[in-house]
Structure formats: C-alpha cells, structure tokens
Ligand binder design. Structure first.
Ligand SMILES: *[C@@H]1O[C@H](CO)[C@@H](O)[C@H](O)[C@H]1NC(C)=O
Ligand SMILES: *[C@@H]1O[C@H](CO)[C@@H](O)[C@H](O)[C@H]1NC(C)=O
Ligand SMILES: *[C@@H]1O[C@H](CO)[C@@H](O)[C@H](O)[C@H]1NC(C)=O
Ligand SMILES: *[C@@H]1O[C@H](CO)[C@@H](O)[C@H](O)[C@H]1NC(C)=O
Ligand SMILES: *[C@@H]1O[C@H](CO)[C@@H](O)[C@H](O)[C@H]1NC(C)=O
Length: 470
C-alpha cells in the first residue's frame, strides 16, 4: 500500500498514500477531537468550534487542579477570540491527559496570550512544555498577542500527555486553550526526499518524528483562517518571505480544484491554498532567467520537513509546464512535470515533501524556476503553498538540547529524591525518562478526559509519595 509506484518517478512515490481522501472529501470528522478552554467556567465558541472548559471534567480528579490558578482577563480585547480571555496557570509541573481512541498522528495546538491579571506577575510566566515525552517548548514566554504553537505528534498509546513545567521555582506556566485532534491518515507520509549536496536519498520514518509547524504559507494568496481550512489551520500570506517580486506574478483561479484519489486531499491543502499561486511565465520566445525565492528564518541544528504544494491553475494545456525546485539552494526536484504528477489533469493538487538539515546561517530557502525543459510562451514555474516543520532532534526535543527527563528533573523541587542518579541514563534512554516523568508528575495533575483513567490515578499516587520525600 505504501508506495505502489516505487519504480516510477519520485513524484509518484510522493503522490500520497491513501484513498481516505476520497472518503473525507466533504468534511473531515476526527475521531479524537478535544477543544479545551483552560481556566474557563463556560464554553467558548471560536469559528463555530466549541471549546469546553477544563473545569468541566466529569470525574473527580479535577479536585487536584486546586493547585492550579484559573485566570480571567477582566478587560478582554474586543473581537479577540473568547478562548484567550481565560487561562490556567501552574506553579509546579502539571499535566493534561487526553484519551486517544485513534492511533496515529495527532495535531496538538497550544494557545497562549498574556493579559493583565492581579493574581500573577506575567513577567514570571516562563516555562517548558512536554508532549508525550518530546520537549515541545523550552523557556517559553508568551506575548500580548495570541500565539498558536502547533505540533504533529504520533500517538500509539492510549493517551496523550501535555506537561507544563515552570522554568524556575519563581516562574509559572500557563495555557489559554488546547486542541488535540486526530489527523487524517494521509496528512503525514512516512517518506520524504532528503535534500543534500552530495547524495540523493530518502528520509524514512517521518511519521514517528515529533514535528513543529513553523511556517504555513499560502503563496500568492490571502490569509486562510481556521474558519476556512479543512483542518482549522492558519495559512499566512507569502509577502514577508518572498525575496523579490520581480520576475514573478500572482495568479488566482476561480474554477474548481480537482482533488483526485491518491493526490493531495482537501485536508492536505484546502481550495483556498490551491486556487492561488505565484508563477514565472514566458511571454515571448525567451525563457526568463529568474527564480522565485522565499526565505524563512529557521534555527540551525534541526532537520526540517519542507512540504511544497503545487497545482497547475495557470497553464493553458497539459504538458507545457516543467520547472526546477530548490531547497536551501540545492536541487530538490528537477524538471517537475505537474501534468504527469497529477495524472494529466490541470488544476489538480500535488505536494512534495523534502527533508533538509537546518543550516547554521539560520535561514531556510525555497526556490522555483525554469529548468532546461521549460518552454517559451508558457508557464515556467509555479508554487501554491509552503509548509515548514521542524523535526525533533536526537534528544527528542524541538526546542533545545535537553531531553524531557532532564527538563523535569531540573525543576527545583524535583531535584530531591531518587531520581537524581538516573539523570544521565534517562537522557539517553527515553523509555527511562518516560517512567521518571510519570513519577515526577506530582500533585498538580489536571486530568482532562471523558473516561476515568485508572493508570493515571496509580501514577498520581506514586507521584505524591515521591514528592512527599523532601
Ligand atoms: C473564507 O473564504 C471565503 C472564500 O474564499 C472568503 O470570502 C471568506 O472571507 C473567508 N472567511 C474567513 C473568515 O476567512
Ligand atoms: C521577452 O520579454 C521580456 C520581458 O517580458 C524582456 O525582458 C525580454 O527582452 C524579451 N525577450 C525578447 C527576445 O523579446
Ligand atoms: C535558481 O536557484 C538555483 C539554486 O540557488 C541556482 O542554482 C540557479 O542558478 C538559480 N537560477 C537563476 C536564474 O538565478
Ligand atoms: C539540464 O540541466 C542539468 C543540470 O540542471 C544538466 O546536467 C543537463 O545536462 C541539462 N540538460 C540539457 C539537455 O541541457
Ligand atoms: C526524534 O525522536 C525520536 C524518538 O526519541 C528519535 O528516534 C529520532 O531519531 C529523533 N529524530 C531525529 C531527527 O533525531
């Protein structure tokens, strides 16, 4: 099932895996779909989506949340989504747990916005966030404007755990809202092309990496909000990242986007992304000698997944469009032939995944431009969307050089106890760090699940005894 066309071009092998896209064409309904409004006592509705208060937990483990602090913005910003007017703050490592019914990739979105509150000094809000044993954020500070941090996490256990750890004893952690949503099965493919100078090879095992979405760009188009996206994503415009707009132009297509089975599905990219693009076009007998280039700040020391979305909404006929694609200045795809990649249909979406090493320069670039098969009087390059995701490093971290076990043990109180001798070992063995993490979970456990979890109760008790040994 995985790559039936292995013998054919790379393009075909990337041509997405499943027929699920066909089933979910009308509207995607995730099996796991948790929308939690933290610190709130009432439901909030944002873009027709209901966020349920974290205090509404039916079973008794909520009582343990008394150690957390619920915060309310007394002067909410008008028109700001309701979820940002409350928050839950934690002075000790604390966690939310979500029952997972649908094994596979999950989208985890964390919403943060600081506001004035008499209860706490927001200068003290600095913390780490762990998701299922991966370090998602380190020494994180939120801002006065809403920030949404999005992660794609593979879950094959019965629950997903999000842990908030104050950076120092005087700090606190907080969160305004949490989304945990099972992703469509075709959202993350397991294989991408690894782009490097010397060799051409695949990067395998992508699906089990923790990914952080760092950029999601609707090239040539307008901003797409969660309201208009099949998976409630936000796609920003490309203006800020486009190196120069000379030599290329925007295009808008008013017709129908031809989603095909086996191609990019509407969940991979919505109509609003595929019906706009930026392109290079030849209006006379010569082929423009120019690239379109987008440049993104990207911290070095991590690998990045670069997903490029294409849809030929501009050619007058099939078989006229050939171009090259570069990532970090390296040839990623030579003579991309969208007609062939889409089974000879115009306006049919296609995406290609590339993995690159983040460079020390701290920038990641994407270019598209004519190839030596490009034709005059034709379109000679097109790009509709760019997504850039950071892969966890070898420490299981998306933010820094420390593993989850280290982060937890570094929290002042947790330094006491049997855990210390294991610090080094745990950093090498995530399995050990997972066990330690449960032990450290402490009293501030805030469960959030519809079903009672006997396992977590056991862990909770264990945590209490652990921490009482001061
Ligand atoms: C959703 O998309 C439609 C059509 O592209 C557009 O008219 C509308 O303004 C969008 N709404 C939001 C909230 O983005
Ligand atoms: C083709 O058009 C471009 C600008 O559109 C111009 O710069 C170039 O000189 C033209 N080439 C020829 C051969 O006319
Ligand atoms: C386009 O970019 C690639 C990679 O940086 C480069 O090798 C090529 O020369 C560029 N083409 C033009 C016309 O600038
Ligand atoms: C096409 O370009 C590649 C490099 O991008 C080069 O190796 C090859 O020789 C070129 N082919 C032709 C027919 O010019
Ligand atoms: C991400 O974390 C996993 C599990 O800890 C590890 O197997 C994998 O090698 C890491 N990815 C990278 C690119 O180091």
């Amino acid at each position: 099932m995985e790559f039936p066309y292995r013998k054919l071009l790379f393009s075909l092998s990337l041509f997405s895996l499943s027929t699920i896209s066909a089933l979910s064409r009308s509207s995607f309904s995730p099996i796991d779909n948790y929308l939690v409004d933290c610190g709130s006592t009432a439901e909030s509705t944002v873009d027709n989506r209901r966020f349920v208060p974290d205090s509404s937990k039916p079973d008794s483990s909520l009582s343990s949340s008394t150690r957390s602090i619920s915060l309310r913005n007394e002067n909410p910003v008008p028109n700001s989504p309701q979820i940002y007017s409350t928050a839950r703050a934690f002075r000790r490592p604390s966690k939310y747990e979500f029952q997972i019914r649908d094994a596979g990739t999950h989208m985890v979105r964390l919403h943060f916005q600081t506001f004035n509150s008499l209860k706490l000094d927001w200068n003290d809000a600095q913390f780490h966030v762990l998701v299922n044993g991966f370090v998602a954020l380190t020494d994180f500070r939120a801002a006065k404007i809403p920030m949404v941090m999005e992660f794609l996490i593979w879950v094959d256990t019965k629950k997903l755990v999000i842990e908030f750890v104050p950076a120092k004893k005087s700090n606190f952690a907080f969160v305004n809202a949490i989304e945990v949503i099972s992703a469509p099965k075709d959202l993350v493919a397991d294989t991408a092309k690894f782009v490097s100078d010397d060799k051409s090879e695949n990067f395998n095992g992508l699906i089990k990496q923790a990914l952080q979405v760092v950029y999601r760009v609707n090239v040539g188009g307008s901003k797409v909000t969660p309201f208009n996206d099949s998976l409630w994503r936000t796609w920003v415009t490309d203006d800020e990242y486009l190196e120069s707009d000379s030599g290329s132009e925007r295009v808008y297509f008013g017709g129908r986007i031809n989603y095909q089975d086996g191609g990019a599905s509407r969940e991979v990219g919505p109509d609003n992304v595929y019906n706009t693009a930026r392109l290079i076009h030849s209006s006379n007998a010569s082929i423009p000698n120019v690239n379109m280039t987008w440049v993104f700040p990207a911290v070095g020391g991590y690998k990045y997944l670069v997903r490029l979305h294409f849809c030929d909404i501009a050619s007058i006929s099939i078989g006229l469009l050939y171009f090259n694609v570069y990532v970090n200045g390296k040839l990623a795809y030579e003579n991309l032939d969208l007609s062939m990649a889409t089974n000879y249909m115009l306006a049919s979406p296609f995406y290609a995944d590339f993995v690159v090493d983040g460079e020390e320069s701290g920038v990641l670039s994407v270019s598209a431009g004519p190839s030596n098969m490009s034709m005059p009087y034709a379109i000679d390059g097109i790009l509709n969307g760019i997504e850039i995701m950071r892969l966890n490093n070898s420490m299981g971290s998306l933010d820094g050089k420390h593993c989850a076990g280290w982060v937890l043990r570094n929290w002042p109180k947790a330094n006491v106890g049997a855990a210390v001798p294991l610090v080094a070992a745990a950093c090498l063995l995530l399995s050990i760090s997972l066990v330690m993490r449960r032990r450290m979970s402490g009293k501030d456990f805030v469960g959030w699940s519809k079903l009672p979890t006997s396992v977590s109760e056991v862990n909770l008790k264990h945590g209490n005894t652990q921490l009482s040994v001061k």
